[in-house]
Design a protein around this ligand. Structure first.
Ligand code: NAD
Length: 516
């Protein structure tokens, strides 16, 4: 199968061992597996073997979970925000204690290498810290009134039940971005995780249930419902779900967005990306190469922020291609549970087929494969490991404009910065972007309004690996949502504008008179 020079790591655990490891890690997080036993087989992308047998939820289960969360809302709404913050503080402590357990589950169900899986749990801990501070900073503004003896101000109130739908590739962090913030904002959460990663979800929720119990708060403030898209639909359509936060493909967002809008619910969409780095003629090519390789090949190309395009200046493009190609040929692909591996498996056969099809289309469009391109023979017939792939393209053809969720990096060249920015912006998605340059004017032009049209615009750093302190999300087909830091919390609350009249008179705004 493979003709690769990539370093292969074939030492994968057998099916029984993998299942035992998954069960042990889930139980260590406090999950009672027998309470969730059922006949839906959950498979690990490491070998394709079954690691869980769980019961999926019915539409009636979703309705009941939303109902219980909705009933728990009024008391939680009246709980002071800093007290809600204490709950999230406890969740962060439990996540810290169980970082290795949850990290192992992330590796087993999503295929991430250990370091990235632990990084995902660290991100959960970070957002808990952030949300605890936020619980004392849900500020509203006061505004000057045009009328004497009047005060204008805004207050922020809890919104109601937040529904979370998450993707396989950040199987727990996306839930925590939403949940830590929703909880301090006073909102219960009902979560439908990816059908690929149910154990991670149940284990993370078990930790939250423990924090709720220790905080004397209702267990109904957090629910998990398991299953595929149809189960998600029940959450989408329930009018008691005040905010639906959905992370996944643009295809999913296209279905979900209009349905929530039709019932006048709020929706927060975090969808697909097609992220580029511009490499200017002055770029430090050592730093640039490291930045590209982590962002493009890390997580086996399965991040929404994965770098999928390099747009390099004509003076440096050959050098960039040579350096990135050389780094790619040395990347250790294989068992993500062992130290040293940098590239784990693709999540499924469908993902592998997408990888193969995109390479074919790229070749038909005149692309030249510089490195990679093949399947790597580890993990057995039901596991899909591939070589991270670099393809030099003559133009930004259809395949380059499409998000293929696999480690394929297309390299294009440009002559002047306007052209590079036009290429960066010339795709339907608008999540992340970066420029590598030592020319300050170039960097400033890229981050200016007429520069990158993405939600994330970086300089001398790759497109992936965002910190929780900033608002995360993107434009165009990425959905427009913002999560995590900055003022993203406002999506989880409702704003009331208050006018307080202490004048004893009743002057009307805009000078209107209405004497009775
Ligand atoms: P996916 O769209 O197949 O599934 C995502 C989630 O949506 C799953 O829980 C799935 O069951 C659910 N779902 C699918 N169709 C649905 C429907 N009609 N109604 C309700 N729920 C539905 O995505 P995936 O393969 O799990 O993840 C990869 C995709 O997610 C990529 O496109 C990636 O870019 C995107 N993603 C985006 C972000 C971001 O923050 N922008 C983060 C992670 C992943």
């Amino acid at each position: 199968m493979s003709t690769t020079t990539t370093t292969e790591r074939t030492d994968l655990p057998g099916a029984d061992e993998l299942r035992q490891r998954a069960e042990r890690a889930a139980q260590a997080c406090g999950l009672d597996l027998s309470a969730h036993a059922g006949d839906a087989a959950g498979r690990s992308p490491l070998t394709g073997s079954v690691v869980s047998s769980l019961a999926w939820s019915s539409a009636a289960d979703v309705e009941a979970a939303v109902g219980r969360a909705h009933a728990a809302f009024p008391a939680f709404r009246d709980t002071p925000a800093p007290v809600r913050g204490n709950l999230v503080k406890r969740l962060g402590e439990l996540l810290t204690q169980h970082k290795a357990d949850l990290g192992e589950l992330v590796s087993i169900e999503a295929g991430k290498i250990t370091s990235e899986a632990l990084g995902e749990v660290q991100e959960m801990i970070d957002i808990c810290d952030y949300a605890v501070g936020l619980s004392r900073q849900l500020f509203g503004r006061t505004m000057t009134s045009e009328r004497p003896g009047h005060r204008l101000m805004e207050t922020w109130h809890p919104l109601g039940v937040v529904g979370v739908i998450s993707a396989f590739n950040f199987p727990v962090a996306v839930w925590s971005w939403n949940t830590a913030v929703a909880l301090v904002c006073g909102d219960p959460v009902v979560w439908k995780p990816s059908e690929q990663t149910p154990l991670c979800a149940l284990a993370a929720n078990a930790l939250l249930q423990r924090a709720l119990a220790e905080s004397d708060l209702s267990p109904d403030l957090a629910h998990v419902v398991l299953g595929a898209g149809e189960v998600g639909q029940a959450l989408v359509d329930d009018p008691r779900v005040a905010l639906l936060s959905a992370t996944g493909s643009t295809r999913m967002g296209r279905e979900v967005g209009p349905r929530v809008a039709a019932r006048f619910g709020r929706v927060l969409l975090e969808l697909g990306g097609n992220n580029a780095a511009i490499v200017g003629p002055s770029a430090d090519l050592d730093l640039t190469t490291r930045g590209i390789v982590f962002a493009a090949a890390g997580t086996a190309g399965q991040r929404c922020t994965t770098m999928r395009r390099v747009i390099a200046h004509r003076d440096v493009v050959d050098d960039v291609v040579e350096r990135v190609g050389a780094a790619y040929r040395k990347l250790p692909v294989g068992n993500p549970l062992v130290e040293g591996t940098l590239v784990g498996p693709l999540v499924s056969k469908a993902a592998f087929e997408g990888f193969e099809a995109a390479i074919e289309q790229a070749k038909e469009a005149g692309g030249e494969v510089i490195a990679g391109g093949a399947r790597v023979d580890v993990g057995g017939a039901d596991a899909y490991y591939v070589e991270p792939t670099v393809i030099r393209m003559p133009q930004q053809s259809q395949v380059v404009c499409t998000e293929t969720f696999a480690p394929i990096l297309y390299v294009l060249d440009y002559a002047d910065l306007d052209e590079a920015i036009a290429l960066n912006n010339g795709v339907p998605q608008g999540l992340s972007s970066s420029i590598f340059t030592q020319d300050q004017a170039e960097a400033e032009r890229f981050v200016a309004a007429s520069g990158s049209d993405c939600g994330i615009v970086n300089v001398n750093i790759g497109t992936s690996g965002a910190e929780i302190g900033g608002a995360f999300g993107g434009e165009k087909e990425t959905g427009g949502g913002r999560e995590s830091g900055s003022d993203a919390w406002r999506a989880y609350m409702r704003r009331a504008t208050n006018t307080i009249n202490y004048s004893g008179e009743l002057p009307l705004a805009q000078g209107v008179t209405f004497d009775v």
